[in-house]
Unconditional design. Structure first.
Ligand code: PMT
Length: 396
């Protein structure tokens, strides 16, 4: 099932250079399963023509209050039954008219007449963005319940550098998908670990594993989508941080432990997704170890078990462990759950979960084993979050 299957989105496009990103956004929304109705302003059509949006959405494009395409009242009908109206790009002029409740073209009128959530993705020159008038309008829109996505900072079409760039199409898609998820964990704080750790041997080499961090980051995103305040303590991975998630980068298991213990106070849920190295070299050579001897012996010492330590704390949050096994998943996973005294443990086989984009997991709790359908890690993560949410509700 796609992220937006069965959803109908009205995409408003106003007159900014970033309108070209709205074309890509239309493609992504359709690919994610949404039905997309485009409301294109006259200025927007100067940047990207209606034919482009019609081809990408596969539906008629709406431009004028006076051309209802035989539909009756487009400004009313378009938002009825829609799951959201997203305006991207939203120019300073559009935001101003919206903030003042004006209804002088199709898009402002349908926004005023809507009965579904409204999201805007501002796009403008940095000076326009920082003007008190624009900021005043944005405060008003936020107070009116409009969700403001971005903007980003960076190089602008005019050649200047600063705030006001519209978010990229993929970021807007993610933000919209997150916005539409039920917010069952609003007010909860979640702390996760993700990725591998790297245990240095010398300034060049170290012991690590092939965890990519994808499962942990997918869970961080799924928790954020559910409305939680999320912090992820990440080992060395090259993944972008999910929107709205706080990230603390670490390298070794000892650093991961320190970061977790510092971020722990106030957490309602702790999830150990990281593949933490069980051992580290007893001695870290100050200089690169030179080739020479035919045999070398490596002395290892045990790393602290972060999850076990958190779970044993006096004021422990709801703790969830992961176990990656290469065989006898149920036996080893349930044994880990019991030994660390966890209410829930997520078991996966390394051949299913390590490194790739998909996973297949079994949840182990006091009621037994609950296999989840295999799928993309984000889908699996959402199902895990649903299970955790149900358990939290039951223990509340
Ligand atoms: O990162 P990906 O490529 O997406 O792969 C995801 C994954 C396979 C790494 C993930 O789904 C997973 O299974 N993570 C747990 C890996 C593992 O086998 O951990 P473990 O059995 O060594 O530890 C059990 C639990 O204790 C884990 O929650 C772990 O985070 C925690 N632990 C372990 C050792 C330690 N020193 N400190 C810990 O907190």
């Amino acid at each position: 099932m796609s992220d937006l299957s069965g959803k109908r989105i009205v995409l408003g496009v106003t007159g900014g250079v970033a309108a070209y990103k709205a074309a890509e956004l239309t493609r992504l929304l359709v690919k994610a399963g949404a039905t997309v109705d485009i409301a294109l302003t006259e200025a927007g059509a100067h940047f990207v023509g209606a034919a482009t949006f019609q081809a990408l959405s596969g539906r008629p494009v709406w431009s004028s209050l006076w051309d209802d395409q035989g539909r009756g009242m487009a400004h009313i009908d378009l938002s009825r039954g829609a799951d959201a109206v997203l305006v991207a790009p939203a120019t300073a002029d559009f935001l101003s008219r919206l903030a003042h409740g004006m209804a002088n073209d199709l898009l402002t009128t349908l926004c005023l007449a809507r009965d579904c959530p409204l999201l805007v993705a501002p796009a403008m020159n940095r000076q326009m963005w920082h003007q008190p008038a624009t900021q005043r309008n944005l405060r008003q829109l936020a107070a009116d319940g409009v969700a403001v996505l971005g903007p980003a900072s960076g190089e602008q079409a005019c050649g200047e550098v600063g705030d006001g760039r519209m978010l990229e199409a993929g970021e807007l898609l993610d933000a919209l998908v997150a916005f539409l998820q039920p917010k069952r964990l609003a007010g909860k704080r979640v702390l996760l670990t993700a990725g591998p750790t790297f245990e240095a041997l010398d300034p060049v080499r170290g012991l690590t594993n092939s965890s990519s961090g994808k499962m942990g980051f997918a869970l961080a995103r799924a928790f954020a989508e559910a409305g939680a305040a999320v912090t992820v303590v990440a080992g060395p991975v090259g993944l972008p941080t999910p929107m709205g998630v706080s990230r603390l980068d670490v390298v070794s298991a000892l650093q991961m432990r320190e970061a977790v213990l510092a971020a722990l106070p106030g957490a309602d849920v702790f999830v150990g997704v990281a593949a933490v190295a069980d051992y580290r070299p007893a001695v870290v050579a100050a200089q690169k170890i030179k080739k020479g001897a035919q045999q070398r012996t490596l002395e290892l010492i045990a790393n602290p078990d972060i999850l076990a330590e958190v779970a044993a704390g006096a004021d422990a949050p709801f703790c969830v462990g992961f176990a990656a096994e290469s065989e006898r998943l149920a036996e080893y996973a349930e044994a880990k759950r019991r030994s660390k005294n966890l209410p829930l443990l997520v078991g996966n086989l390394v051949q299913h979960g390590l490194g790739g984009d998909r996973n297949e997991v079994v949840l182990f709790d006091a009621r037994g084993a609950h296999p989840l359908p295999a799928g993309e890690k984000l889908m699996v993560a959402r199902a895990i979050v649903t299970h955790i949410t149900e358990m939290l509700i039951c223990t509340a």
